[in-house]
Design a protein around this ligand. Structure first.
Ligand SMILES: Cc1cc2nc3c(=O)[nH]c(=O)nc-3n(C[C@H](O)[C@H](O)[C@H](O)COP(=O)(O)OP(=O)(O)OC[C@H]3O[C@@H](n4cnc5c(N)ncnc54)[C@H](O)[C@@H]3O)c2cc1C
Length: 455
């Protein structure tokens, strides 16, 4: 017999059937009046009942050591291109690979797309332009921006040569829309914890979620986790770096600051910059230089940054004129900038930017902070590991020397490397070759068809 009970049955069980209409009406009125809250119309069912399980593969404590036994994993999906990480690079990679004709699965540890751009509330888009205001980030990244243009309150400062600021919810919305339109298969709430390898070739990845540990098999995997979690698990070489780890917040009511009360006093610190939401600023807390892979450090900073931000706002509220300013939210996601950086076939170097070096395997062009210098080509080799096959890096973990990393990791440059990785992965999967052997001219042709700018 089904355990499912509808509202009427529930009322009958309680002997309240005569009251159903009036309780329902009351509930509806109350809900309407508040505009929020829960109704009485819930449905809950028992899915299965778990008795003692004999076939378990728990970690075991053996002689003081924790041993993880061997076990077979269910295969959740088999695909051409697996993209791990749904940030700016991963979303663009998934769209590019799908539009190039591959079957694509995108996996993300959190419940939304956008990575640091949305979950980290990093709302200002810098790096799409170079000297003279020329825009070098085109293609799918630019398409995201154009779609934001069309939504009310989604983006501001889209004049040529200016750095736009977005609304994170609008970005999440646009990304869902584009991923659905393209027909990318998605698994959210799935944390990539291992690479599936055969020899030194990646054959997919293992994910942990509330459903348990599952495998996804893929011809080519794109590591867009920002931290190189998958290429590191696959045994690729990388550099482990420290960087500032901060936390962004949004503060509200800045349009209600009473200038008549400030008496010409200097403005309080940490007021941040404007967002598309009136009266709301985003505030970038840089944080200390630490190891962004160390869980104890991440935990400590999550707590201390939030305390600092809250206390700072309380101080600000004591400043005459600023009494109504309030903390709207701290970003759900800590601001980790750089951790693992791939050792690839090519390292992006400042000397090449200065010398204007051209590369035959160019798959994109990077921009700079506030158009501070000229354009720099991004060679395909910076996405391809020296060791480990069938895996490409995209976004802030591609091969870049330390002095250039702060340019490479800017959002538009992550769009660009995501775009390149997605197309290259699709071509490798379709042509049955290793990503390092892909026909670069074909990748470049498809990228141009997808409106990417390659210089
Ligand atoms: C505080 C701060 C301020 C910044 N300010 C600016 C700015 O003003 N302008 C600008 O252009 N850039 C700025 N940046 C840089 C920019 O935000 C990032 O470098 C950019 O978002 C990187 O994109 P990405 O896709 O490579 O990685 P991320 O944005 O980090 O996305 C990675 C995605 O992968 C997911 N993921 C990670 N690990 C796993 C896993 N194991 N399994 C499954 N999913 C996983 C994450 O949840 C995330 O969604 C700033 C960064 C920080 C931290």
């Amino acid at each position: 017999m089904s355990d499912r009970m509808n509202r009427r049955q529930w009322m009958q069980m309680l002997g309240l059937s005569g009251l159903t209409a009036s309780v329902g009406a009351l509930g509806t009125r109350a809900t309407r009046a508040q505009g929020v809250g829960e109704s009485s119309g819930f449905q809950s069912s028992v899915i299965t009942t778990h008795k003692v399980q004999t076939e378990r593969a728990n970690a075991r404590l053996v002689d003081g050591k924790v041993i993880q036994p061997q076990r077979e994993l269910p295969i959740l999906d088999t695909t051409d291109v697996l993209v791990v990480g749904g940030g700016p690079a991963g979303v663009v990679a998934a769209l590019a690979a799908r539009r190039a004709g591959a079957r694509v699965t995108l996996v993300e540890r959190y419940g939304h797309f956008g990575g640091l751009w949305t979950g980290g509330l990093v709302l200002l888009v810098i790096g799409h332009i170079v000297k003279g205001g020329k825009q070098v980030c085109q293609g799918i990244g630019e398409e995201i921006m154009r779609r934001l243009d069309k939504l009310d309150g989604a983006i501001m400062d889209r004049r040529p040569g200016v750095n736009p600021t977005v609304d994170a919810e609008a970005v999440k919305y646009v990304m869902v829309e584009m991923i659905e339109e393209a027909g990318v298969r998605v698994f959210l709430h799935s944390w990539g914890v291992d690479a599936i390898v055969e020899g030194n070739a990646v054959q997919g990845a293992v994910f942990e979620s509330k459903s348990g540990r599952r495998a996804i098999l893929a011809k080519v995997t794109v590591d867009a986790t920002g931290d190189g979690d998958i290429f590191a698990a696959a045994g690729a070489e990388f550099e482990h770096r420290s960087h500032n780890v901060g936390l962004v917040s949004r503060i509200g009511n800045l349009d209600r600051v009473d200038a008549s009360k400030t008496g010409g006093a200097p403005k309080p610190k940490h007021l941040g910059s404007r967002t598309p939401v009136p009266g709301v600023n985003w505030v970038n807390l840089h944080g200390p230089e630490v190891d962004g892979l160390d869980v104890a450090t991440l935990t400590r900073l999550e707590m201390s940054h939030r305390k600092f931000i809250w206390q700072n706002i309380q101080k600000m509220r004591q400043t005459p004129g600023y009494e109504k300013v309030y903390l709207m939210e701290t970003a759900p996601q800590l601001g980790v900038r750089i951790t693992r950086v791939l050792h690839g076939l090519h390292r992006i170097a400042l000397a090449d930017l200065k010398a204007g070096t051209k590369f035959p395997d160019v798959v994109g062009v990077g921009g700079s902070e506030n158009g501070g210098h000229g354009e720099w080509p991004i060679p395909y080799g910076s996405l391809v590991p020296v060791r480990a096959e069938n895996v490409l890096a995209a976004g802030r973990c591609i091969d870049v020397e330390i002095r250039m990393a702060d340019l490479v990791r800017l959002i538009p440059n992550c769009f660009v490397t995501g775009h390149a990785a997605g197309v290259a992965a699709a071509v490798a999967a379709q042509d049955g070759c290793r990503p390092r052997d892909v026909e670069v001219a074909k990748v470049q042709r498809i990228l141009r068809q997808q409106e990417a700018y390659l210089g």
